[in-house]
Ligand binder design. Sequence first.
Ligand SMILES: [Fe+2]
Ligand SMILES: [Fe+2]
Length: 150
Amino acid sequence: MNAIKLLKEDHSELRKYFGQYKAADSDSKKHKLFKQIKEKLDVHTHIEEVIFYPAIKGHKELKDITLEGIEEHHVGDVLVREISNLTEESEKFDPKMDVLIESTEHHLMEEEGKMFPKVEEYFDEKTLEELGREMAEEEKKFTKSKQASA
Ligand SMILES: [Fe+2]
Ligand SMILES: [Fe+2]
């Protein structure tokens, strides 16, 4: 599968969870959605950081936005870890989730609006297919190793 298509599909899945979270009417639904968001974000940022970003970062037009993307992943990571460590009834859960969702929505928009169009301009279809294949494979490996360590 084409790398951009694969990543955009992940983005739609994340946006679907965000929408469900915003509409959730109970704490238990929100906590369940947090787990789904966490899992998807973990694997998505992983395949971007080990395969996609390193492959595009060498292009001078893509370097800055890729470095910014890594920092945005880091912010998301910190928030996810902090939310994971909160007690079930913590008053910080909702505000931290709101910030996580807002900052991730911003990040997805930057990738789709600024990064991906340039990638499609500078890399040919064959390279994008190959990157997509590598990411799909890495996703499987990552999910398997997480299940094994769970
Ligand atoms: Fe990303
Ligand atoms: Fe992404």
